[in-house]
Structure formats: structure tokens, C-alpha cells
Design a protein around this ligand. Sequence first.
Ligand code: B12
Ligand code: SF4
Length: 632
Amino acid sequence: MRNHKRVLFLERNLRNEKLGVMYLAGALKQRGHHANLIQTDKEDIHARIREYRPDFVAFSITTGEHVYALQMARDIKQRYGTPNIFGGPHCTFFPEIGFDTDVDFVVQGQGERAIIDIVEGRVAAGFHKSEMAVHLDDLPNPDRDIFYQYEQFRDNPMKNVITSRACPYKCSYCFNHSQLALSRIDNETKRWFDRRDVSTVTAEINRLRDKYGVEKVLFLDDSFIQSTSWLDAFLTGYTRDVRLPWLCSLRVNCLDEPLARRMFESGLEMVNYAIESADPDVQQRLLHRGHISNGDVIQAIKLFDQYGVRARMQNMIGLPLSNPLEDALNTLQFNMRHRVTDAWCSIFQAYPRTALGQYCLDHNYISADQLRHCSESFFDESRLDIDNRRELYALQKLWYFAIDSNLPLDLIQILIRGAFTAETGDLLQQLRFRCSRKKLYGIDDADAQLSINLQSRERWKTLGVQDAANPADAAPLVRAALADTTVPDRFIEILAGVDLDDGTTKKLRSYVNGERAFAEPIYTINDNTGELINTDESIYIRGTMDPDAQDIRLMSEAHFMRGMAEVRIDLNGNTGSCATGSSSQNANAPAKQELVTVGLLNGDGETPNARKRTNGCKSEAPDERHLNQFLA
Ligand code: B12
Ligand code: SF4
């Protein structure tokens, strides 16, 4: 029997290097063992297994990935009898994965010591509870070769580094509250947070520079400012010993001008802000993100902007709200208004054992079955029973481009009504990935279609409405509508392939002809505080407002586009009101100044049900009781 064991990590759909796997490989190699990695979607698994002859296969999984990992482990066991080790966040929060008969070892918590104990035969198969917090300076260096054998990671000028492994907050959609609770229960020293000594961080980056020519450093810490004294030492050490451009996520409420300047002078290039939703009520009551406000974010963006430090915004749409599309569009505008350089958007996925997952279950936004079935991707269509799911899916795909090119809101509202297939979604996702890599990190995938061909755009514009061979053909209209914008040609071509129904094509035609008959946003955003101001007065519909049947239809369409629950509309040239709950498509023409009720339609042309129209999140907030049950 070999003394030095071989551990093979199996990964699929890798976009980013994984520090967890690198740390484990570093720990294994320090003890003389071997560790390697295969990308199961890109390589011949069986050839690699036969060649490498692993003693163990290992899976590092987040929730959602477990389904595929279990299948793969089962298959490998049947064919080769190789024992497997499971670890990573999913195993920490769902250790019962160990009940699966095909799982040999499952590790809850930090894995460096545990994996050594397993491969060296000191623990029996089954569940292994490891430390939740470790002294980070005691850990071996992460083994980078395991990832940099692949050029997709080696050639990336930006490399990941982490200086801490915890976050003090308890956002309702995140697993961190479980992590905190487990740390407090498990750790004998009651320590949950540790931060590396600055000298070990700078030494690691300098090694990276010598060996791999790193040009930028991405710090993966949940929030880079946890302690101002540590940050002070970091800025001194980093400026003196490294001074490479760096990027991080920040808790910005303890930022001031001198600190922003020092961070810039040390090489800070971009800051990641997680706003998730632009509505303060949603942030605080639904997402439990009271530790940060729009005002803090706006102030930080402005402080950094004067030094050219760019902003990246993280957003989440498809929340369990009475009107998730409205929330998403407000958040989109917030991003546009503050001209963020890069905007990331995911579709909220409800996870079991999070406060928000439980809230969704309690309020019938999701069934117990659906909640258990966790999606592996956060770009998939929402599994919640919410309005406008299709539009939200489309909006997520358009998000980056809409903000990057500052697309008009009414055009966005038309485009998201297209039938976005999974294939279109994938194409847009890949394009977004390439565009943002090029923009942020200068990595050019040499794809000519990212460029803008002005000649064809001129032709697209003139083709316009009349020349389209088939008046129902939306493609020329899509091209014409986007010709004047700065979106890449490739984006236009993908969108030209999206099917639009007749009503939407008609709206697009009006848009191209300059008749913008869509409502303006209900909210305006206070530029300093980030507060959303609900201004009924700001809602209007362009065009004649004589209260005849045609105008009623126009209004109902405007409502449809906005997906609004309740809107006041000026009918009298000027006054009136539209409320929800009635489907009066055939409403009689109202007299001037009379209140009219206009039925709201969802994407399928149905009137949405009343339950979700009651301000879901505003009456109640998710609680953490179920977590205590889980942790008891
Ligand atoms: C960077 C990051 C990402 C990156 C890279 C993902 C990655 N897996 O590295 C990207 C952007 C792709 C990402 C995406 C997502 N992420 Co993320 N992400 C993080 C983040 C901020 C840092 C990860 C990291 O490098 N940690 C440092 C390393 C050292 O820790 P580690 O990976 O946990 O590994 C240690 C242990 O888990 C264990 N271990 C890990 N693997 C193995 C394997 C074996 C065999 C063993 C024995 C032990 C073991 O030992 C390691 C060393 O001690 C964490 C939060 C955090 N602070 O960890 C969230 C986190 C991992 N993400 C999370 C989630 C939910 C997601 C998403 C589903 C979407 C979302 N809502 O953000 C997607 C899932 C994508 C996917 N399919 O992987 C959750 C996972 C929770 C869960 N139940 O699985 C976390 C924990 C955030 C949170 N607190 O909720 N994420
Ligand atoms: S700040 Fe980030 S890591 Fe911390 S609890 Fe909230 S979402 Fe999770």
C-alpha cells in the first residue's frame, strides 16, 4: 500500500479558481501526498482516473452542486471502487449528505486537517466534524498548480487571495447565520473570525508574482473592512511590498475620505458593492441587510470615483415580493444612475436552512419539494411562485448590457417580454462574461462580434419598420431599436433571434417610430441618500389623454409594461386613478376625472392573483427560528 496517497478533485463548470480546493491540495502536498484536479465537463474522466489511479476522489461542493456530485461519486464507485470524500459549504450546512450510502467520508467545516486525517487513515468512514474556524496563519500555502495546469486559470492576470474566512452579518438569503451559529457552538475557543497577518498575505502575493506573473489581486473576503487597525497595517504593508492593482468587497459604512485615498494609493482599482435590491425596505426587512444603506453605497462610489476607483454592483432579482419586476427595475435604475462599471445580477434562489428560504415556504412562494430541489445555477428561472418570472429571467440576461449601454427603460421593458429560450439565455450569459472580462481585466477573447460595425448599424436603422419583408417580423425592429446604442453587434444579433408576440412587436414598432407610450418609473432616487421616492406625479403616459377607450387600452398596456400593482394616473389631461384587482379590459370610457379600474395582466395575459399583491415583505420579515431548530 502506498504511504503517500493520491487525491483527485472532481469539478464541473469551473469559471473561477477555487481557493478551498487549493488550500486542501496545499495541505495534502505538505504531507507528501498527491493532489490533482479534473474538469469533468471538459476532460475524459475515465482516461484520467485510469492514468492517475487515485486512492480517493474528492468533491468540494456548494448547495446545488451536490446532486451532480452524488451521481458522479456513485458512478466512480461502481466502476473503480474508489472511496470518496465530500466537503465544502454544502456539507457544512447539510451534513446529512453523509447518510447517502454512496458517500464514504463527509466533512463539516474547515477541511485542511480533516482531509489529512482521512487519507492517513486516522478516522473511520462516515461523518467527520472538523473545526469551523482555524488559525489562518497556521495553514499551508494554497497549492496553485492544481488550477494553473489549465491555461484558462494560469493566463488570467487576476488571481484570488483570501485574508479572512467569515462575516459578522446575517443576511436572510445567505448561509452565514448558520456558519456563525455553528462556529460559536463548535469552536472551543469561541473564535469565529480570524484574519491573516499582513506579512503572510503580502508574501503570498509576491510568490504569485514571481511564479505566475500575477497582475491583479482579487480579495475574496466577504468584507475587506472588518477592522480598521488591520486595514491600516494592510495598506502600509501592501503599498510598501506589493502595490499591484487590487479589488475587493467592502462594508462601506466605515469609509471616509482619507481611507479611500490611501486605498487608492495602494492600488485599489475596483470595489464590489452588494446592494441586491435598491429598495431600503426590501434591504432591511426582507434581506436583513440593515448594516448597509444606499446612502453609504452612493457616498462610497462618489468618494472612490474621484480617484478613478471603479464600482461593481451585485444585484439580486426575483425576490419574494408582491411585485418583483418593479423592484428589479428600480434596482436596475439605481445601477444606471450611479454609472457602475460592472453590474452583476443573479436570480434569487431560495435555499433551505436560510431565513429567506423558510420565509418563501411559509408564504407559499415555494413548495417544500421545490425548496429541497436547489438549483445549481443562480441564473436559472426563478422557482418561486411570483409574477413576471419570464420577464425577470429576460431582464437578468439583459442586465449588464442595459446598464453598460444605458438603454432606455421603455426599450428594456419591451425587450424583456420576448420569449427568451434557455439557449438565448446561455448565449447572452457567455457574451456578458466575455464583455465584462474584457472591460474589467483587459482579457480580450478576440471575438470580432464584440465590436460595433457602424456601417451595418446605419443600414439597420434605415431598414426600420416599413422595409421589413414581413410586418410581424420583429428582427429588423430589434436591430433598428438597438442600432443607436453602444451594445455589441453580437448582442443585437442574439436579440434579433428572440421571438416577440404581436403585441410586443407592435410596441417595438411604436418605439422605433419614436412614439414612446410607456410609463416612466414610479420611483425617483435621491442621489445623495439613495432613498427611493414614490412620486405619483412622476407617472405619466405620453400621448393624448382623452378618456376614450383607446386611451384606456394604452394605460392598461402601460401598466402591463410596468407590472405595477397600483398606480394613479392622470386622466383629465390630468387626473384619475388605476387600481388593481379588477379585469376591466372592457371598461366603459370614463368621464373626465372619474376613477377607472384597469386590469393588470401578467406575462401570460392573465390577471395576477390577489395574494401576492399584498405587500408580502412589508408586513412580515423572515425569522431565524428554523435555524435554531436545525442547530439544536
Ligand atoms: C468566492 C465565492 C464564490 C465564487 C467561487 C465559488 C467557490 N466555490 O469558490 C463564485 C462567484 C463562483 C460563487 C458562486 C456561488 N456561491 Co459563493 N462564495 C464565495 C465565497 C465568498 C468565498 C469562497 C472561498 O473561496 N472561501 C475560502 C475557502 C478556503 O473556503 P471553502 O471554499 O469553504 O473551503 C473550505 C471548507 O469548505 C472545506 N472544503 C471545501 N471543499 C472541500 C472538499 C473536501 C473534500 C473537504 C474534505 C473539505 C472541503 O475546506 C476548505 C478549506 O478549509 C463564499 C463565502 C466564504 N467566505 O467562504 C461564498 C459561498 C461559498 N457561496 C455560496 C453560494 C450560495 C454561492 C452560489 C450558489 C450563489 C450565490 N448565491 O452566491 C454560487 C454557486 C456557484 C457554484 N456552483 O459553485 C455559499 C454556499 C452555501 C452553500 N450552502 O453551499 C457561500 C458559503 C456564501 C454563504 N455564506 O452563503 N461563490
Ligand atoms: S454580508 Fe455577504 S457574506 Fe455576510 S451575511 Fe451578508 S451576504 Fe452573507
